[in-house]
Design a protein around this ligand. Structure first.
Ligand SMILES: Cc1cc2nc3c(=O)[nH]c(=O)nc-3n(C[C@H](O)[C@H](O)[C@H](O)COP(=O)(O)O)c2cc1C
Length: 155
C-alpha cells in the first residue's frame, strides 16, 4: 500500500508534528500542498489531508488543492487537524473537508484525528498563547494509535 500525507502547518508546525507521527506508522512521506503533484495523488492508495484550523476552516491552499482535483473514483483518504479550540457540533470544520474529499471520489475514513495545538493568535498571544506544549507527547502517541487503526481498516 502506498500512503502519503499532505500537510499545511503554517502557525507553529503543530499539525506537522502530528503528520510526521502518523506518517511514521504508515511509512508515508509528508508533503505540503505546494509540493504534491496530481500524479502522486492519483498513485497513492491512502492520503491524509490535514492542517491547522484557521478562521474556522482548513488552510486555503489545502482546500484549493482538493477542489482542483477532477471527480473520479479514487483511493482512501483521511482527515487530521489541530486547532486552538475544540471542535463542537456547531463548528464541524473537519466534517466539511471530509465531505469535500468524498465529493472528489475518495473513500473517506470515518475517523478523524484532531487535537489541540499551541495557539498564539489574538490576545492570548500576549500571554504565551493557548495550549502551550500541545500537541503533547500524549497527543502524538494518540496520533500513532490512530494511524494503527487506520492501517487495520485498510485491510
Ligand atoms: C490566523 C489564525 C486563525 C486561527 N483560527 C482558528 C479558529 O478559527 N479556530 C481554532 O480553534 N483555532 C484557530 N487558530 C489556532 C490554530 O488552529 C492552532 O494554533 C493550530 O494548532 C495551528 O496549527 P499549525 O501550527 O499546524 O499551523 C488560528 C490560528 C491562526 C494563526
Amino acid at each position: 500500500m502506498s500512503a502519503m500525507l499532505i500537510c499545511a502547518s503554517t502557525h507553529h508546525g503543530n499539525t506537522r508534528k502530528v503528520a510526521d507521527r502518523i506518517g511514521g506508522v504508515l511509512g508515508a512521506a509528508v508533503v505540503t500542498p505546494a509540493e504534491v503533484t496530481a500524479e502522486q495523488i492519483d498513485a497513492a492508495d491512502l492520503i491524509g489531508f490535514g492542517s491547522g484550523v484557521y478562521w474556522m476552516y482548513f488552510d486555503p491552499a489545502l482546500v484549493e488543492l482538493v477542489r482542483s482535483l477532477p471527480v473520479r473514483q479514487r483511493g482512501a483518504a483521511f482527515v487530521y487537524a489541530t486547532s486552538g479550540l475544540p471542535e463542537t457540533p456547531l463548528r464541524r470544520y473537519t466534517r466539511s473537508l471530509a465531505d469535500l474529499l468524498g465529493g472528489r471520489g475518495f473513500r473517506v475514513d470515518p475517523e478523524v484525528y484532531h487535537c489541540r495545538g499551541w495557539d498564539t493568535m489574538g490576545p492570548f498571544g500576549l500571554v504565551g498563547g493557548m495550549n502551550r506544549g500541545r500537541p503533547s507527547d500524549a497527543d502524538l502517541a494518540a496520533a500513532e494509535d490512530y494511524a494503527r487503526r487506520l492501517l487495520a481498516r485498510q485491510g
